[in-house]
Write a protein that binds this ligand. Structure first.
Ligand code: DQA
Length: 147
């Protein structure tokens, strides 16, 4: 039996508070629910999905280095770092496998500071505005990309 393909699902600041954080914007699914949904969909697609979250920019950078070194595909919701973290962008630019940017809300339908993403230009693609389903759509998109 061939080994499952690893995928890292990385989450930036405040996403660990999903479920209680602004549910009108981000929905009622908890972070634990997001983890479960990603693991479940990942398993259906033949992925070993590892979901992580941090409020720390440096930790996200280190995880992107780990993904680059291990040729591991990434689904990332950089949260507020999306809009201004050149450090994260530079780390993501080193990717050696597909990287999909996801957002729960649709940042383009919100405040103007959310209309800029410093990540999008180096991502394989972006999925936004479908709630927690954005992550599951990203995993499906990954499964159809060449390794
Ligand atoms: C977000 C959108 C960002 O603008 C915001 O800072 C977040 C979450 C989303 O998933 O909709 O923290 O990335």
């Amino acid at each position: 039996m061939s080994e499952l393909r690893r995928v890292l699902v990385l989450n930036g600041p405040n996403l660990g508070r999903l479920g209680s954080r602004e549910p009108d914007v981000y929905g009622s699914t908890s972070y634990a629910g997001l983890v479960k949904a990603c693991e479940q969909t990942g398993a259906e697609l033949g992925f070993a999905v590892e979901v992580r979250e941090t409020n720390d920019e440096g930790e996200l950078v280190r995880w992107l280095h780990e993904a680059a070194d291990g040729k591991i595909p990434v689904v990332i919701n950089p949260a507020a770092f999306t809009h201004y973290s050149y450090a994260l962008r530079d780390a993501a630019a080193q990717r050696t496998a597909p990287l999909i940017e996801v957002h729960i809300s649709n940042p383009h339908a919100r405040e103007s500071f959310r209309h800029t993403s410093v990540i999008s230009a180096i991502a394989s693609g972006t999925i936004a505005g479908f709630g927690v389903n954005s992550y599951l759509l990203a995993l499906r998109a990954l499964s159809e990309l060449p390794e």
